[in-house]
Design a protein around this ligand. Structure first.
Ligand SMILES: N=CN[C@@H](CCC(=O)O)C(=O)O
Length: 339
């Protein structure tokens, strides 16, 4: 349907997309999901990823959402990758429910249950909360309510905003000091300003914009906001912190960050150094790890890749050719992959 021109929401309305994945996730056992997750994360590792953020969001009811979060928790230790989990019970409104009911279910049942589990010492890698803040899914006020409820139990907002339509999600996210917002294809100029002021990280997802044939988000405007302010001699001169994500999901099946950096350079006009910074230290910052991960320096984790190439730019330049040049991957100084 997508290739024939159907929009993301049309696919979902026809029973595909998140709704389809949710029904299969419900049927799958926890062990089966864990095995799949570990296999997929091994593939990411071979592409040079050492830390990943992964979401629930294909349960949409309490037990399956918790099952997904338990899978992510159990996966820590089963793979060398560091996993930072995100609760996304507000990924879609299931058939037969409405936005109001689903918001109530999340705030009154799912989040208290998560708090209970965390108090028992479980779900230790769960750090963030996400909402698909979008026209026809969760509006700005429901999103605010869900994110604030997550914040009240110590989760950091890191949510989908202005992907398909502008609805003012970014302005709200900046108000509640969201740690990160993703997608942002339809962000407004005012939203860019607010994100820069709030220090919220923009997580851009080039494979998703590509596969859905969306116009790319205004990455240059985000980055150059800081330069413009600096030139005006403004006291405050930060641009938006731009990070990159693979957004691996059934809609955009891409596990390779080198490919994502390539797309970001071509479709979003990032320079190669900007793409590298976005995929490493800025991505680390979007997960609260900006001081410990994402760069090679004293007092940081030694997470890095060794390349067999004439210059580092080849990791971006060679379209889908990264497997030939990533010769070793290290996590916390230990060799975790060798070609
Ligand atoms: N836009 C909503 N959520 C996901 C896609 C999930 C899916 O289609 O399975 C995203 O971040 O791209």
């Amino acid at each position: 349907m997508k290739l024939a021109g159907a929009t993301y929401m049309e696919v979902q309305a026809a029973g595909g997309g998140i709704i389809f994945t949710t029904s299969h996730t419900k049927e799958a056992s926890e062990d089966q999901l864990l095995e799949d997750f570990v296999n997929l994360s091994e593939q990411m590792l071979r592409c040079g990823t050492t830390t990943l953020e992964a979401k629930s969001g294909y349960g949409l009811e309490t037990e399956t959402e918790l099952k997904m979060l338990r899978v992510l928790d159990r996966a820590s230790g089963k793979t060398p990758l560091e996993i930072c989990a995100t609760f996304c019970g507000a990924h879609a409104v299931p058939r037969g429910a409405n936005e109001e009911d689903q918001t109530k279910l999340i705030v009154q049942e799912m989040i208290p249950k998560i708090r209970e589990e965390k108090n028992k010492g479980k779900l230790q890698n769960l750090e963030n909360i996400d909402v698909f803040c979008e026209k026809g899914v969760f509006g700005v006020e429901s999103t605010r309510e869900i994110l604030k409820s997550g914040q009240s139990i110590g989760l950091y907002p890191n949510f989908h905003a202005e992907e398909l339509n502008y609805i003012g999600g970014v302005e709200m996210g900046a108000e509640i000091r969201a740690r990160a917002m993703s997608h942002l294809e339809e962000i407004s100029d005012a939203g860019i300003e607010k994100m820069a002021e709030a220090g919220s990280v923009a997580v851009l997802l080039p494979s998703t914009a590509f596969i859905l044939r969306l116009k790319p988000p205004p990455a240059r405007k985000m980055i150059e906001k800081g330069i413009e302010q600096y030139d005006k001699k403004s006291i405050f001169f930060s641009g938006v912190i731009v990070a990159l994500g693979s957004d691996f999901n059934p809609n955009a099946f891409c596990l390779a960050m080198p490919m994502i950096m390539h797309f970001a350079c071509v479709t979003m006009h990032l320079s190669m150094p900007e793409a590298l910074v976005a995929a490493t230290i800025n991505s680390a910052h979007s997960l609260g790890r900006g001081r410990t991960h994402g760069a090679i320096a004293v007092h940081r984790q030694a997470d890095f890749v060794l390349l067999e190439a004439n210059s580092w730019e080849h990791i971006i330049y060679r379209i889908a050719g990264h497997e030939a040049i990533i010769s070793k991957v290290f996590k916390k100084g230990e060799l975790v992959y060798s070609k």
